[in-house]
Design a binder for this molecule. Structure first.
Ligand SMILES: CC(C)(COP(=O)(O)OP(=O)(O)OC[C@H]1O[C@@H](n2cnc3c(N)ncnc32)[C@H](O)[C@@H]1OP(=O)(O)O)[C@@H](O)C(=O)NCCC(=O)NCCS
Length: 439
């Protein structure tokens, strides 16, 4: 394990790695307007500006709920909620627009102070929610469509688009729309890689909930990761909970099912929360991810023959250390597999060597499915598990995939970096490269 300057250097390497990985990606951020009053808000905007300058395409959705309440109260305009949805009267919509644009404006002003140009736009088509169960929702609307081409054009010109919670009908009637729904739909229609909900409440902790087995839990007891299936299970198991995160987990499932890879629900009051979530395995909120990760599971004994079939060509070419099906059976509990529609496309093992050190070994992807990110997902999954199990270092021995591991944040080491058992048994004839990553 490294300390001091080495640790800093590794962190810098990790950040460069991530920033390469996300170059050109699209991240949508929904900002709860209560955060605008938070002392760390200017530093959050600085972090957003930093991401923008690193070629990440950012879209901001400005939530305005508490600001709208404030403005309506200030001007003495009556308002009402039905099933949690604001009924926006003809009188109220002018004030709602004012509040929504005011929030967007404040975000834009803070970005300007970072020399980042942003633009507030009317890129959202909406329609009336109409009358439901006899209740007229008046100027409350539903998001129909985002003008994706225009949003992308704005981004291509180096500007950050800000979307207020107002949408317009085909004939130009403004409607008050839910900024949460807008964030979900915009992230799907823009093909976003990530959607962030920046909230002003804290995360979920295992002690307060019935938690599905598939959930990942951080060292402090925070529920840190759920797949969409696990997330549904979580909602079902805790259907009586009135925790505000619940609504966001529902939205996150919807976004993932629409193709967004990961949705992060974060407590925006924590300084640096966005950067921590993106650039370190640490995270600090809850991440809901699409089914990609759910394709990974532990190997079962009845998988051994198929897994051996995936490894065999690599063993025959001398890329992987020779193994038999019996070897796999003996260590089957160490293996993870990547499965799609019942067919195994990849595998990897994680062996525990004590001393908080583990080895990723036997990683192989069926050549028909190479270059699809399967190998990377297996490694990331194992790293997440290793973090959870409090490992401090993982290493791998490879003859052919040094660059690949380096791309995943590993660095080249020497025999001295191996745990004692592995050091004593290092096969000098095979002369594998040693790569490791401190986690
Ligand atoms: C290494 C391996 C697991 C990667 O699996 P994968 O699912 O194809 O990899 P990913 O899709 O996550 O990553 C693909 C990227 O890594 C690169 N890459 C793949 N194998 C690589 C290698 N051996 N060396 C360097 N880069 C490699 C690809 O060029 C690709 O880049 P691109 O997306 O820009 O085209 C797979 O190639 C394999 O089974 N190799 C043989 C076994 C092996 O070497 N195992 C490691 C020793 S334990």
């Amino acid at each position: 394990m490294e300390t001091g300057i080495n640790k800093d250097v590794n962190l810098i390497r990790e950040v460069f790695n991530y920033s390469r990985k996300f170059r050109g990606a699209t991240f949508v951020f929904k900002i709860d307007c209560a955060l605008l009053e938070d002392p760390f808000f200017p530093s959050m905007v600085r972090d957003l500006a930093l991401l923008h300058s690193n070629n990440i395409n950012i879209v901001l959705i400005a939530g305005a709920k508490s600001k709208i309440d404030e403005v309506l109260e200030l001007y003495g305009v009556n308002y009402d909620f039905e099933s949690g949805v604001r009924i926006s009267s003809d009188e109220a919509i002018q004030f709602i627009k004012m509040a929504a644009f005011d929030v967007s404006n404040r975000i834009m002003t803070l970005l300007s102070s970072q020399n980042i140009n942003a633009v507030i736009g009317n890129w959202v088509r909406a329609r009336s929610m109409g009358v439901i169960n006899g209740r007229d929702y008046k100027k409350t609307g539903l998001v129909e469509k985002i003008n994706v081409d225009l949003v992308k054009k704005v981004q291509s010109e180096g500007l950050i688009p800000i979307l207020p919670c107002i949408g317009w009908s085909r004939v130009g009637t403004p409607y008050n729309i839910s900024s949460n729904e807008l964030a979900r739909i915009a992230s799907v229609q823009l093909g976003a890689d990530k959607l962030f909900f920046l909230n002003s409440f804290s995360g979920l902790y295992v002690k307060d909930f019935a938690v599905p087995q598939s959930a990942h839990v951080a060292q402090d007891g925070r529920i840190s990761r759920l797949g969409t299936v696990g997330a549904r299970d979580f909602i079902k198991k805790n259907s009586k909970s009135d925790n505000p995160n619940m609504e966001y987990i529902e939205l996150a499932i919807g976004a993932c099912e629409g193709g967004v890879k990961r949705v992060h629900i974060l407590d925006g009051r924590i300084d640096g929360v966005i950067l921590k979530e993106i650039f370190s395995g640490l995270g600090s909120g809850i991440m809901i991810h699409s089914n990609i990760y759910e394709s990974i599971r532990k190997m079962r004994l009845d998988d051994v023959t198929e897994v051996f079939g995936v490894m065999k060509p690599q063993i025959e070419q001398g890329i992987l250390v020779p193994r038999t099906e019996d070897d796999l059976r003996e260590k089957y509990g160490d293996y993870y597999i990547y499965e799609v529609d019942g067919a195994i496309h990849g595998c990897a093992a994680f062996h525990d060597f004590g001393e908080g050190v583990g080895e990723i070994a036997g990683i192989a992807v069926n050549q028909l499915y190479s270059h699809l990110g399967i190998g990377q997902k297996l490694v990331e999954y194992i790293i997440d598990d290793a973090v959870k199990m409090k490992f401090g270092r993982i290493f791998a021995l490879t003859t052919q995939a040094l660059d690949w591991f380096e791309q995943l944040g590993f660095r080249e080491g020497t025999v001295e970096d191996l745990p004692s058992f592995k050091k004593e048994n290092y096969n000098r004839q095979r002369n594998s490269k040693i790569v490791y990553r401190d986690i």
